[in-house]
Ligand binder design. Structure first.
Ligand code: ATP
Length: 939
């Protein structure tokens, strides 16, 4: 099934108004002119050279000091755009009344007032108001909860302060800060670039131009339109390639996007397909109820000859009993509670429809590194042309030795090894540092592992860079699978180092460094060694170098094509997460296939997959093989393969499409900017919260705050639970209204005394729908929830089974309440007492049926079933004093026409409740033990 495009559009995605898509607007607005009412900014930044920008902002490429940043933050305020104006409280309250079910009730109130039935008018209006107030409060809570979740996704920025690279909340950026931009980042403020390396930025948010713009550090003429100011990067635009550095010139509302005054992240849709389905059902129900009311009124008045005023009161009672007023409020609450619960467990929902889609996911495609594995990398093996070395020590602490055949190796004499270690340290963008006695890595953990290796060999990053300063870099991009740096050594000789996937690096090499000599590269031998290293689950990187300067101005791809000599391979261990193995097993049990899609070597992927229970005994397929298959072949292969290695983001997109083509509901994880299309296409796109780029997060439906695969399994479980709770609530609500309506209809049809007055019906609805039904929103996931197969997507809520259950319980409730009423009334009990018993019988049925409703199919006749949800018990306990008040308080007797009951009467009332309870349990038993469920579901 492909994703519901509409729900995507309505989703929590960035929304930029049409006016922002008008590039002309920016052309018309001359740079540097003050914005309307804003602060005047006479400096036309894009015309200035970088040095001048530094000077004017009193900063330098090493950034501001922490004190300066604090001071400026006080002065300029946080780097935030004005919040979207929330609907005012009054507006929200008014909107609560905008509901067809409540319109019907208000109409009835008006007519009862006209007829002078003030008590009924009062109760009707009270019911309308109380429902609106409950809806208002609950919706407010739900909005706050979602707001809090949205704040958890606040963007971060990499800045250089006091010469140190750190991550800060983007809101804390100030003019003069030096920011580092990498592919996948959202530009956090308006920035004048002073360094750009293959930097391409997609500026559609501002200019409407979807093709990325190549950035440089050049100054532009003052009248250059926004899209042509190549030396600038603007807040809210997206880096799609390369690296850059720049000085922040404007923050918050003074940025270009701030001037347009738009929020970038807009959580709007509060609806899901199921909620819309139920909303529509509510409307149909209202129309049906009105028709039945009109028909009953006509029959009663014209056929039976009753007084129109009496008939009208009966019809009001009927309408009041049948309308499930509490429905909209409780649906919102159930969803919001579910989303909150997921957020507490690290799964942050960005688009509400994902909650439901999670419940029907049939395939989870996951990255390997960091999601299934711990992303704590340690080099364990080094392979040179002549030797295989072992490296001891675990984690990032630089404690351990490099040994060969059990002897510690002397790097002074082993030049090939020393150069390989140096290559790993120099061709590296990470930083190793110590904090609170623990060693940590800032940047890519793979590179961190190489720094730790260097430190173990006595080769520190700082000293290395001082002696061999870096002049240029080609950053790592997963589609190229390598990184290159250009240095000059102490003798001022040029060197280019590369590191990356072995097959990519081997392609660049002509020779290898063996025994202090250069020999022709033995490609087969290296390949074999790479495969052997990968087969034990190690991640393999190759290191190579050449003594040459770049051909052009800076380092380019042309400089990395040939002429290198191979130095060695490193094998890096990245242990699987223990909880991931359990989560994979859980998914399998829940009928969900788990596929690993990784950029890593096929052998490494297979070995790690086997440790996790993914793809055991099945072949692994590589990205190159996927590229060779046509769509039809891929569709036929995709279900039988669980490990896809050396896969690039385009392969991910094809795999999602193939799986969807094979009828699967797909969840796909991703972190890079290039993963965005696959995340968008997947039914549930999942981005990594820690290592994921802003681009991936924006394209996703859900963000994993801890990057952990196990969290996806938890989210699926919660998604199933939320859906269950919505169903349970509807299954509780409809028969309770249905039962009351049947009591009234039967009375009208058989010309009986009305067992429930309109006011009494409304009382029941208030007590039951507001107090009782709400408790089901707190229902925890059922224990067997991950043992069921996924829910078929597009499954209709009101299927045969639902209709059956609603009718059955409605009839039971009607039988209990009406039966009791008639019995008592026939045997001389007063009308008031008999009605009071009927009201109490209905409420008792609902209280006990609430317990039944905790499980749709499973029995509740056990400890967990009866006592497992304390909100259910509290709701029931809260109803008891209300019913006692209704029965015994004299003023209640006056308002509602109720009367005090005797103890024996209560036993009869309890009997009616137990009838519903036990018959419902018997029905579940029969359904569980026969094929009835399947037949009712039409499956
Ligand atoms: P995932 O499993 O999450 O897809 P991955 O780390 O296995 O992630 P990539 O990050 O795309 O996939 O890496 C693919 C290959 O590129 C790795 O197997 C490795 O050989 C090489 N590689 C990874 N990181 C670097 C790096 N920082 N510098 C150079 N090469 C790298």
């Amino acid at each position: 099934m492909s994703k519901n495009e509409n729900s995507k559009k309505e989703g929590w995605q960035a929304s930029i108004p049409d006016e922002s898509l008008d590039p002309g607007q920016h052309k018309r607005r001359k740079a540097g002119k003050s914005d309307k009412g804003g602060t005047p900014s006479p400096v036309v930044w894009h015309t200035l050279h970088a040095d001048e920008v530094h000077q004017r902002l009193e900063t330098n490429p090493k950034g501001l000091s922490a004190e300066q940043a604090d001071e400026r933050l006080q002065k300029h305020g946080p780097n935030q755009l004005a919040q979207i104006k929330r609907r005012s409280a009054w507006m929200r309250l008014a909107m609560q009344f905008h509901n067809i079910l409540l319109y019907v009730m208000m109409g009835a109130a008006l007519i009862t007032a006209f007829l002078g039935h003030w008590v009924d008018t009062g109760v009707l209006l009270f019911a309308v108001v109380i429902n609106a107030v409950i809806g208002f409060i609950q919706e407010g809570k739900a909005e706050n909860a979602l707001e809090a979740i949205r704040n958890m996704l606040s963007p971060h920025a990499t800045v250089i302060r006091g010469g140190q690279t750190t991550e800060v909340d983007a809101a804390h950026l100030v003019p003069g800060d030096v920011v580092v931009l990498g592919s996948g980042d959202r530009v956090p403020a308006d920035v004048r670039l002073f360094h750009a390396r293959e930097l391409r930025v997609e500026e559609a948010a501002l200019t409407g131009e979807s093709l990325p713009v190549e950035k440089s550090t050049d100054a532009q003429p003052a009248d250059a339109p926004l899209g042509d100011r190549f030396g600038m990067a603007y807040s809210g635009t997206m880096v799609v390639h390369g690296q850059g550095r720049g000085v922040v010139i404007h923050t918050g509302k003074h940025t270009e996007i701030g001037r347009i005054n738009q929020m970038l992240v807009d959580v709007r849709s509060q609806s899901t397909p199921l909620v819309r389905q139920i909303d529509k059902f509510g409307q149909m129900l209202a129309v049906a109820i009105l028709l039945v009311c009109a028909l009953t009124f006509a029959l009663g008045t014209f056929w039976r000859g009753n007084a129109p005023a009496d008939m009208f009161m009966m019809v009001v009672a009927l309408a009041a009993s049948a309308i499930p007023e509490g429905l909209p409020a409780i649906l919102t609450v159930t969803l919001a509670l579910g989303v909150q619960r997921m957020a507490r467990q690290n799964a942050i929902i960005r688009r509400l429809p994902a909650v439901e889609a999670l419940g029907s996911v049939t395939v989870i495609c996951s990255d390997k590194t960091g999601t299934l594995t711990r992303n704590e990398m340690t080099v364990q093996r080094i392979v040179s042309a002549n030797h295989v070395y072992e490296v001891s020590g675990v984690g990032y602490a630089p404690r351990g030795e490099i040994t060969h055949d059990g002897h510690i190796v002397d790097l002074e004499t082993d030049h090939a090894l020393a150069l390989a270690v140096r290559a790993g340290v120099l061709c590296n963008d990470a930083h190793l540092y110590r904090e609170d006695k623990a060693w940590k890595v800032m940047g890519d953990p793979t590179e961190g592992a190489l720094l730790v290796l260097g430190a173990k060999a006595g080769f520190s990053q700082d000293l290395g860079e001082q002696a061999w300063p870096r002049l240029d870099v080609l950053p790592f991009e997963s589609q190229h699978r390598f990184m290159a740096t250009y240095h000059r050594n102490t003798d001022d000789k040029p060197w280019i180092f590369v590191k990356g996937a072995p097959e990519v690096i081997l392609d660049m090499c002509e020779r290898e460094y063996a025994n202090s000599d250069l020999a022709p590269v033995n490609v087969d031998q290296w390949r074999r060694m790479a495969t052997d290293t990968a087969a034990v689950g190690l991640r393999v990187l190759a290191l190579a170098c050449k003594q040459a300067a770049p051909e052009g101005d800076g380092l380019g791809f042309a400089d990395t094509r040939s002429g290198f000599f191979m130095l060695g391979l490193v094998g890096i261990i990245d242990p699987p997460r223990e909880e991931a193995a359990l989560a994979v097993a859980q998914c399998h049990e829940a009928g969900i296939a788990v596929k690993m899609i990784t950029g890593d070597h096929a052998e490494t992927a297979r070995a790690i997959g086997a440790q996790l229970g993914i793809g055991v005994g099945k072949p692994a397929v590589t990205g190159a093989e996927v590229a060779m298959m046509d769509d039809a072949t891929l569709r036929s292969v995709v279900m039988n393969v669980d490990v896809f290695a050396r896969a690039s983001p385009e392969h991910k997109l094809r795999l999602v499409k193939a799986l969807q083509g094979a009828g699967q509901v797909v969840s796909m994880t991703g972190d890079g900017v290039n993963d965005a299309p696959a995340l968008k296409r997947a039914d549930v796109g999942v981005a990594m919260g820690m290592k994921g780029t802003e681009a991936a997060k924006q394209a996703s439906d859900m963000v994993l705050a801890d990057d952990n695969f196990a969290t996806i399994a938890i989210a699926v479980r919660q998604g199933r639970a939320v859906y269950d709770n919505l169903k349970k609530f509807v299954l509780f609500m409809l028969p309770t209204n249905g039962g009351e309506a049947l009591v009234v209809i039967a009375a009208i049809l058989f010309e009986l005394a009305l067992p429930l007055t309109a006011a009494q019906v409304l009382w029941i609805n208030l007590v039951t729908s507001s107090a009782l039904g709400m408790a089901l929103a707190f229902e925890p996931a059922e224990s067997g929830i991950m043992k069921r197969p996924p829910r078929p997507p597009g499954e209709k809520l009101l299927n045969g089974f639902f209709v059956w259950r609603v009718i059955m319980v409605s009839v039971l409730m009607m039988a209990g309440a009406l039966g009791l009423f008639l019995w008592e009334y026939e045997h001389g009990t007063s009308l008031e007492t008999a009605r009071t018993m009927a009201v109490n019988a209905v409420v008792m049925c609902e209280m006990l049926y609430l317990i039944n409703s905790r499980h749709i199919y499973d029995s509740v006749m056990n400890r967990e079933g009866l006592f497992g949800n304390r909100y259910v018990l509290l709701a029931i306990a809260a109803c008891v004093p209300l019913q006692l008040a209704f029965t015994y308080l004299p003023w209640m007797n006056t308002v509602f026409g109720s009367a005090p009951l005797q103890p024996i009467d209560w036993l009869k009332v309890l009997g009616a409740g137990l009838l519903v309870f036990f018959v419902s349990e018997i029905e579940k038993f029969v359904i569980r033990h026969t094929g009835l469920r399947k037949r009712l579901l039409g499956a």
